[in-house]
Design a protein around this ligand. Structure first.
Ligand code: ADP
Length: 497
């Protein structure tokens, strides 16, 4: 792999340990969102390809080709993926950057985070859980076995293509489940590159498969949800698609883990360290151009500090380095596609029409960035919860600011969306921090911090933000069955004589 922008390459599907074209022979092209130039030709997978991959994975499961590999060997293999990712960090960084439009510094972070997931779960693979239940009766001994649920269907989005693929694949494999990975059509390249690691490292055939597709809809994703031989589906994406995934999984009673949208509120109280809060809010909404499910897309400011916070925020937002993702200096890259840019700009128009006050940005960046999908960091003030700007996930660099008088009001307004992915507060008061932490409905609460996440910290949402948890040991549970064993010793006293 090159360390500069990759030239357009031809890819194949990875099924049963072999590279192969889509059954139809069809392909599609993926472009670099910063330049509009082609970067790869990808197989257009169909239901047939999904079926072949599921059969390969199901064979691996049936034959216990992966399940029965000793823990120490599983650990070596998973660790090997982490090492492989680090060895190829520069090539993969260039590829993540090219397919997702990410500034290279952050694309590198994605690759290293992906490696860290494999490191973390390579440790947990030797201790996948289960407990003893010792006090039933002297002649009975009970224990639980945590067994792999079966084939895992993994459906990933485009915002952190390699990172989220690793976030789901590593625990699935650690739980003992063979994987069929279906990446987003916008960012299929790094998922296919990840397959090279599995090929080189001698994993048993069929343990890791990648099938790409493109719209309309997702024929491969939909098939993974309906296929009777898939036991668990782990999905990250929009809330609407997540609901469809859950519905499609219902007839075959799959385990479903969904990580969906958010409209995460950040409270800045009157006693906050404003410099730190401004920095957290900038990172929270503009990191990855706002295309982050945990983005702090709503900031609620205490009246007494609102003007000072906003003037500091706007001044610093205006100095952020938006530019070509290939530059190490760039902080903010383009949106993923023209369609996404148009969607984001339509929310700018909506915000104005709803009566919110545009105080920064709100337009596409032209000049030498015109051929990409760059939108200026955008801030709306005086947004209230009746507006769609406060309710809908925009998934772009658009911040909705509201102002509050007292903490009860702030908490009520923070909770006034159907989502519950993340939330947070900036304050120097332990009482405020504690109350907000308890009363905000969110799967993740940050206090004087935002977006800090590690493989060991469980992540997932309340309400319409999803079902189940990723990361941490909790992620293993999404891919495990519990088998309770009750074992008798000694002579049985006949009870039914
Ligand atoms: P977005 O709207 O942000 O592009 P989606 O939530 O629709 O993202 O997509 C996330 C992932 O889900 C992608 O890999 C996409 O191809 C896949 N997907 C889309 N529709 C379906 C579906 N009906 N069933 C399963 N997966 C789907």
């Amino acid at each position: 792999m090159s360390t500069t922008t990759p030239v357009s390459a031809e890819y194949e599907l990875f099924i049963g340990g072999q590279w192969q074209p889509a059954a139809t022979g069809e392909t599609f092209e993926r472009e670099n969102p910063a330049t509009g130039e082609p970067i790869g030709r990808i197989p257009r997978g169909s239901e047939d390809d999904a079926d072949r991959a599921v059969v390969a994975a199901a064979d691996a499961h049936q034959s216990r080709a992966w399940q029965d590999v000793p823990g120490a060997r599983k650990q070596q293999l998973l660790r090997g993926i982490a090492d492989w990712l680090r060895e190829h960090v520069e090539g993969l960084t260039a590829l993540v950057s090219a397919e997702a439009g990410k500034p290279v510094a952050w694309a590198r972070f994605d690759v290293l985070f992906a490696a860290d997931y494999f490191d973390y779960y390579s440790g947990l693979v030797r201790d996948v859980g289960g407990r003893t239940i010792p006090a039933l009766r002297p002649d009975l001994f009970a224990y639980t076995l945590k067994e792999p649920a079966g084939v895992a269907g993994i459906i990933t989005p485009w915002n952190f293509p390699l990172l989220i693929a690793a976030q789901k694949t590593a625990p699935a494999l650690a739980a003992g489940c063979p994987v069929v990975l279906k990446p987003a059509p916008q960012t299929p390249l790094t998922a296919l590159e990840l397959a090279r690691a599995f090929e080189e490292l001698d994993f048993p055939r069929g343990v890791f498969n990648v099938v790409t597709d493109t719209g309309p809809g997702s024929p491969v994703g939909a098939r993974l949800c309906s296929h009777p031989a898939v036991a668990a589906v782990s999905f990250t994406g929009s809330t609407g698609t997540g609901a469809r995934v859950m519905e499609a999984c219902a007839p075959t009673m799959k385990r479903v883990a969904l990580e969906c949208g958010g409209k995460s509120p950040m409270l800045v109280h009157d006693d906050a360290d404003l410099e730190a809060a401004v920095d957290g809010a900038l990172f929270g909404i503009f990191f990855n151009t706002g295309q982050v499910c945990n983005a702090s897309s709503r900031v609620l400011l205490h009246d007494s500090i609102a003007d000072e916070f906003l003037s500091l925020f706007v001044e610093r937002a205006g100095r952020l380095r938006v530019g070509k993702p290939t530059s190490e200096d760039t902080q903010i890259g383009p949106l993923i596609s023209r369609e996404q840019m148009e969607r984001v700009l339509s929310y700018v128009e909506l915000g104005k029409a709803e009566g919110a006050e545009l105080v920064l940005g709100g337009e596409q960046i032209m000049g030498d960035l015109e051929s990409g999908y760059f939108v200026a960091p955008t801030v709306f003030d005086r947004v209230d919860e009746s507006m769609r700007l406060a309710q809908d996930e925009v998934f772009g660099p658009v911040l909705a600011v509201g102002r509050y008088h007292d903490l009860s009001e702030a908490i009520e307004r923070a909770n006034a969306t159907p989502f519950g992915l993340a939330a947070g507060v900036w304050t120097r008061s332990i009482d405020v921090a504690d109350r907000v932490t308890r009363e905000l409905n969110a799967g993740m609460v940050w206090v004087n911090e935002w977006l800090a996440m590690f493989p060991e910290t469980p992540h997932g949402g309340y309400g319409m933000s999803g079902v189940g948890r990723e990361m941490g040991p909790e992620a293993l549970h999404e891919f495990q069955e519990n088998k309770t064993v009750i074992q008798k010793t000694g002579r049985r006293e006949l009870v039914f004589a």
